[in-house]
Design a protein around this ligand. Sequence first.
Ligand code: SF4
Ligand code: MG
Length: 325
Amino acid sequence: RRTVLDVRGLSVDFHTPAGRLHAVQDVSFSVGAGETLAVLGESGSGKSVTAQAIMGILDTPPAEIVGGTVELGGQDLLTLPERQRRAATGSRVSLIFQDALTALNPVQPVAKQIGELYRLHRGASRKQAWRQAVEMMDRVRIPAAASRAGDYPHQFSGGMRQRILIAMALALDPEVVIADEPTTALDVTVQAQILDLLAEQQAERGLALVLITHDLGVASRMADRALVMYSGRVVEHGPIRRLFTAPIHPYSQGLVASIPRRSHRGGPLPAISGLPPSLTDRPAGCRFHPRCSIAREHCESVEPELLQLDDGRQTRCHFWTEVAS
Ligand code: SF4
Ligand code: MG
């Protein structure tokens, strides 16, 4: 697969009254055309900050990219002047948010909001922009698109609003789509429909899709590969099937074990106990050690490196062979 997005050593700091905090440290991954990478982790793991850094929309709290490269088709976005960068991330990379109600403007007809993209980036006239917006609404299967184009966001159901966001994300025919918990706010049936729509549009356009989620069910349905993040760092990276069948980090093992399985005999397995550390209060050594069932003294003082295994997978654990066996 042709690599579309290549992120190397991305690090983001937050400047806070308490000082400088490392929100994301040394994150690397690439995504190919037509490929889906799931970025997995609990809230506070750095998944959304990673997405925002790629999109150039980091803001709250005051955040700064302190290292790394974000290459799109071989060009580093981070070294581009602000204007060019905005143009690139506005058209070649796009983002689908979780909450369509806050992402959409409540006082503007939806076709106007979609059409705005064609006006801004393609110099379309009002009329052309409206027509193209209706085409996009049709494409994401909003029923009776032409007659609903003048409706406002609150006049649509949650699922239909999410389709409108997807229409906006796909409007300029991007190479990469980053979807941050795109279906979390929806009920299970609608969620499945939205995921199917995303998968279908991806296949049609050969999109590179980065799917940020805390939901392993969503990841297993959609992704080719998974990047598991914990406390600002990558802890496991590899094919999604391998993550489910043979995880190589105690954290991912815990995540996988906590999925309710119909086929599982003897009731649900215990989830990982405890909570992830806050940004201001990270443990020394391996950041997962307070929650790790196989932690030992070494883990409390020495932070593991991200190890590259022979099969191409990566894990950040001193004792990963014990997890794998
Ligand atoms: Fe657990 Fe130690 Fe591995 Fe961290 S390095 S995940 S504490 S075994
Ligand atoms: Mg988030």
